[in-house]
Design a protein around this ligand. Sequence first.
Ligand SMILES: Nc1nc2c(ncn2[C@@H]2O[C@H](COP(=O)(O)OP(=O)(O)OP(=O)(O)O)[C@@H](O)[C@H]2O)c(=O)[nH]1
Length: 183
Amino acid sequence: MPLVRYRKVVILGYRTVGKTSLAHQFVESEFLEGYDPTVENTYSKIVTLGKDEFHLHLVDTAGQDEYSILPYSFIIGVHGYVLVYSVTSLHSFQVVQSLYQKLHQGHGKTRLPVVLVGNKADLSPDREVHEVQGKKLAESWGATFMESSARENQLTQDVFIKVIHEIARVENFYEQESRCYLM
Ligand SMILES: Nc1nc2c(ncn2[C@@H]2O[C@H](COP(=O)(O)OP(=O)(O)OP(=O)(O)O)[C@@H](O)[C@H]2O)c(=O)[nH]1
């Protein structure tokens, strides 16, 4: 029987960027048209990748801004992060940078398993953030980047599959590093 690995992933970003919509598309396969501000919500889904099974526990958080103080529960026991901005909001792109800095500090400046997501790609004509800006930012963090649309179900599954891969990638990086020290 395959081992089911537990992965806790926190979804963070500014208000109304589509955090809930992405999580809801991933778990329930539907798009929520209305807007209901999130306080905090959790989702669970079993994801099978090849021979491996993962119990993905998603924490959908309230919208944060650059002044938010992140609670310990967003740091301790968390395996990975999905940081979301909206391609139609430069401000949300700035907020995501401030959130990353806080997470990085909180984790003792170690490498973080992060997927940076530019959501609302269906609203491309109203763009305030170009794709290349998202790519460059993710590169500077050593993270994965993608643009998505929760509305059009574009890459919503991939976002959460990618974060599982990112967690494994960062774990392998540290395993290899500790082997080097032992040699
Ligand atoms: N066009 C478009 N609208 C979207 C998309 N994703 C979310 N929305 C809309 O944007 C609004 C906010 O979506 P939410 O998913 O509630 O955003 P959130 O980031 O969870 O918001 P907070 O709870 O305030 O943090 C809603 O009206 C959604 O229908 C998208 O990909 N494209």
